[in-house]
Structure formats: structure tokens, C-alpha cells
Design a binder for this molecule. Structure first.
Ligand code: 2AM
Length: 175
């Protein structure tokens, strides 16, 4: 199964993200928009693995205290097949500490993880085409400032359900 560890987002965040994404659509942006049910913040991507039990153990071991999560500016990753547009999340100490502990616990139990630095973001759309370039994404007021107290971490699987990509929570650990 294809697994990753991350943070589920509350309804207020999902609504605000969906409204921003709808505004992008109205501004003529095309692409594969994330389903509002799928909005999440990835902490560590594991990829294809059958080591679900070990991933759950690493999540339990990571533990820690609840921490605040805040949105930052939107941005874009350039990709050959079409860009990824996202809303950034502040790389605050509480978030970075839990992400790092999680990576360490996973590496210690034998997972080989990507080396690239962690860039906290919530993907809004992939394979984006925009005649107006980044202007719709950087339009002022597209997203309100959002804040949320994170009190659990989640192991997700990424799978197709009836042909639709879904991120399904498999296991949760309270902080
Ligand atoms: P993305 O949103 O920037 O694509 C499930 O695929 C989640 O894991 C997505 O949030 C995705 O980030 C993230 N992820 C991190 N590294 C990935 C990789 N190499 N391939 C696919 N998804 C990855």
C-alpha cells in the first residue's frame, strides 16, 4: 500500500481552502484540483510499503504535545508535467520538531526516506495550467489566515476508490 504520515485538517480549513480553490477556477485556472475531503498536511511520505505496523509504531513513539498550525503564503512547485499549487504552512518550531522526530523514528525502524528538505504545504491543485501565470494564486485575500491546534497525527493510505484518488486515515495517535 501507498502510505504517508500527516495531519488532518479541520472543517474550517477545508472550507476556506475549497473557497480559495473555487476562486482559482473562476479565474480560469485549470488542473487537477484536490478534493476538499483530501486536503491534508503531509509530514513524511513513505510510498509503496507493506510495513504498516512499523509505521504505526513510529507514530506512537513520536508522541509529543499539541502544537499550533498556521497557514502561510501560497506557492508553487514547478513540475515537467504541470505545476503544483499549494497553500504554505508556517514552518513553526512545534511542527518542525514533530516532523523531525517522526522522520528519525521511521529511519530508526528501517524506512528509507527522501532526503529533500521538508516544505510544509497543502496541495490545492496539480498539473496546473494558468493563462494568467501565478497572478490568481497570489491575489490578495484568496485565503484567510487560518490557525488550528494540532492534537493528533495520522497514518494515511493513498488509494483509488471507484477510480477516485482518496487519502484514507488508517491510524491516529493523540498528542
Ligand atoms: P504533494 O501534495 O506535494 O503531492 C500523498 O501523495 C501525499 O504525500 C501528498 O501530500 C504528497 O505531496 C506527499 N508526497 C511527498 N513526497 C511524495 C512523493 N515522492 N510522491 C508522491 N507524494 C508525495
Amino acid at each position: 500500500m501507498r502510505l504517508f504520515l500527516g495531519i488532518e485538517l479541520p472543517p474550517a480549513w477545508r472550507r476556506a481552502l475549497a473557497q480559495g480553490a473555487e476562486a482559482l477556477g473562476r479565474a480560469g485556472v485549470q488542473g487537477r484540483f484536490t478534493l476538499p475531503d483530501n486536503y491534508h498536511l503531509t509530514l513524511v511520505f513513505l510510498g509503496e510499503t507493506d510495513r504498516r505496523t512499523e509505521a504505526e509504531a513510529a507514530l506512537r513513539q513520536t508522541g509529543g504535545a499539541p502544537f499550533p498550525l498556521r497557514t502561510a503564503l501560497p506557492g508553487c512547485f514547478s513540475r515537467k508535467g504541470g505545476d503544483i499549487w499549494w497553500l504554505g504552512v508556517e514552518p513553526a518550531p512545534g511542527l518542525l520538531a514533530v516532523q523531525q522526530r517522526l522522520e528519525e523514528a521511521l529511519r530508526a525502524s528501517g524506512f528509507s526516506l527522501e532526503e529533500r528538505p521538508y516544505r510544509p504545504h497543502i496541495t490545492l491543485a496539480r498539473k496546473v495550467r494558468s493563462l494568467a501565470g501565478l497572478a490568481p494564486l497570489t491575489a490578495p485575500g484568496l485565503f484567510p489566515a487560518l490557525e488550528y491546534r494540532v492534537d493528533r497525527l495520522t497514518l494515511f493510505s493513498s488509494q483509488r476508490v471507484d477510480g477516485v484518488l482518496r487519502y484514507l486515515p488508517l491510524y491516529r495517535v493523540s498528542l
